[in-house]
Ligand binder design. Structure first.
Ligand code: TYD
Length: 134
């Protein structure tokens, strides 16, 4: 993300559709996660998101039916884009960590897949079709 830093500190500016590949409809942030807690355990059918850890550090586990990757977020200038049908788990939040999320849609519970067996069922079809958008 664009960064302006100097003796006064650091400022990052993020513009929807320029610095992230969608118009930002929603912003939320996760704070105060106790040591040892893992959050997430879901996928989204249509939602796109960019995650930034603006203070501290957090790990994000990303899964598809055939791949798994862990990304460490610890730099306020770096965003992690998560496209459709990616299973995510957030863990190892350091004390004081702030996870900022930019989202392409308003909150819709119907867009979530929270059951892993259901996720595998839908994701296998989704990725098999080659309908990969991120
Ligand atoms: P959830 O997305 O399950 O959090 P996480 O994946 O980080 O563990 O959301 C937790 C709760 O917050 C759930 O009851 C839904 C609610 N919520 C909203 O009302 N609006 C939002 O934009 C988000 C992200 C969550």
């Amino acid at each position: 993300m664009p960064k302006f830093s100097g003796e006064l500190g650091q400022l990052n500016a993020i513009e929807g559709e320029h610095d992230v590949p969608f118009a930002v409809q929603r912003i939320y942030y996760i704070t105060g996660v106790p040591k040892g807690v893992t959050r997430g355990f879901h996928s989204h059918r249509d939602l796109e998101q960019v995650l930034l850890c603006v203070n501290g550090s957090v790990k994000i586990r990303l899964k598809t039916p055939t791949n798994e990757q862990v990304v460490t977020l610890n730099d306020p200038s770096r965003g992690l884009y998560i496209g459709h049908m990616i299973w995510r788990e957030m863990f190892d939040f350091t004390e004081g960590a702030v996870l900022l999320v930019l989202a392409s849609q308003h909150y819709t519970e119907a867009d979530y897949i929270r059951n892993y067996a259901q996720y595998l069922c839908e994701a296998e079809k989704y990725f098999e079709k080659g309908d990969i958008q991120g």
